[in-house]
Ligand binder design. Structure first.
Ligand code: SF4
Ligand code: SF4
Length: 130
């Protein structure tokens, strides 16, 4: 019986060492942050001083990603329902239809888009008041 050594097979795993000298394909977040693109559809914001609680945003959302939440504080006298939208980011597809149909344009999408949490409940998101 003749024996032979497969040098290529033996040495090929060491090829991975070359990766140590390659430029990484990822960024070292959070110390390095990626520049956000202007107009990127990130988190929702809702200016409560103008939101009238009409629920147009909820009605138009095809993903049923919006539910209306009752609030105690009076931000806007015209908000008779005293309800404001809350977004489920487990369902939202960032189509922006909800912002398109908002009569006072209080609901918007901001460029900020990075959100990290280990709690699923944090993805039921009350838009920032701005
Ligand atoms: S962006 Fe689209 S999917 Fe997301 S909450 Fe608004 S309407 Fe629904
Ligand atoms: S965010 Fe706009 S569409 Fe939604 S309830 Fe408020 S006013 Fe109506």
């Amino acid at each position: 019986m003749k024996w032979s050594i497969d040098f290529k097979g033996v040495l090929s795993p060491f090829g991975i060492l070359g990766a140590m000298f390659q430029k990484p394909n990822t960024i070292a977040y959070p110390s390095v942050k990626k520049e956000l693109v202007t107009g990127y559809r990130g988190f929702h914001t809702n200016l409560l001083a103008t939101c009238i609680g009409c629920a147009n945003c909820q009605d138009v959302c095809m993903n049923e990603a919006i539910d209306m939440i009752k609030i105690d504080e009076v931000y806007n006298e015209k908000n008779a329902s005293q309800c404001i939208p809350r977004i489920d980011y487990g369902r939202c597809c960032w189509c922006s239809l909800c912002t398109d149909v908002c009569p006072p344009h209080s609901l918007k999408l901001e460029e900020e888009c990075i959100g990290i949490s280990k709690y699923a409940s944090d993805f039921l998101y009350l838009p920032k008041n701005k």
